[in-house]
Design a protein around this ligand. Sequence first.
Ligand SMILES: [Zn+2]
Length: 295
Amino acid sequence: MSQKPGDHGPGQPGCGIGDSTTSMKKVRPPNSSAGRNCYGVTHVHSTRSFDGQCSYAELRRLFQSQNLDFACITEHIETLDQAAINRIIDECRSHSDGDFLFVPGIEMDCYRVNFMGLAAGTIDFTSDRTVFDSLRSLSRLCILAHPVKSRFTYADWILQAADGLEIWNTRHDGFHDLRPQNAQLYRRLLIDKPDAIKLAGIDLHAPGDYRALTMHLVITGDLTEATVLGQIQQNRTQILKAGRPIDAVSLIARLAHRTRIRIMDRLQAVHRQMTDRGLAIPRPIKRIARRLAQG
Ligand SMILES: [Zn+2]
């Protein structure tokens, strides 16, 4: 049976896993005259984020063991200053080469947006809005992230500044299927922005967050921020779930997936209510329930 990139299902490879790059090349589909097949993930946090658990070296090993070529980093800005942001860009560069690429970026959770393809420059830390404006001018892409967290609503000025939408975030939408409300928001976005980008994000903070929801694109030339982001910017990408296009799902499977999303939402609502009442669920039970509900 042929193995597809990322076709390993959710796993717990561990930050300390050994170098497992050896099997990478032999399972890769052949490149065509159109260019080099590249597979990657977006929305990734390292230890540079206050809640990230993996270093860049560990992330690289994790992703290469999943047969990937690139990862778009989105570090939380809340605890960062100018020097820390400069270090993120430096680390992305120093852990990238012709085999694997880190694209530097920042997440601003207060506005529910990710900035991707961040270039070195001065951030104005006067206010959230000035930080947003600085990042916008220094970044190649501004993406609306995990829209369920903003209840699928964004201020007009954010919608204007954005290039696209994270249509599926496995941390918040699970791994069954994309959330219908996200698809609806994307269709609304297309009215004013016919070129709006569609992205899948894994919102990875720890190895156990890995899900095989990958972006496939074809580049001509070297593996660089310019070649990868260029294809993303032009929406010349395909979202793959466990190596298969997300559109290639039967109607029955889609209905089953969406039912599971509704169950997941119901369980999350119950969890929120319990938390509000000060009732704590033991962590192991929470972990099992999360895995069962989110896929
Ligand atoms: Zn995130």
